[in-house]
Design a binder for this molecule. Sequence first.
Ligand SMILES: [Zn+2]
Length: 67
Amino acid sequence: MGDMGEDFRAMRDDRNARRAKYGVDCPRCAEVRPRAPASILLPQQRCRVDGYVDPRSELTDEQWNDV
Ligand SMILES: [Zn+2]
């Protein structure tokens, strides 16, 4: 049995780093609900609030792992 807590923490840090590096504020959130914080979208990710899909092409494996 490995240490699940450690694995989970590493995975979460990884996600946060990726969002910080490649994430952008959803432009439609700013129009639809300007007072709420905009969703952070990665390339090709769909905003859960308004359905906007980030038009940038998906991250390459290299970009994905470079966090
Ligand atoms: Zn949005």
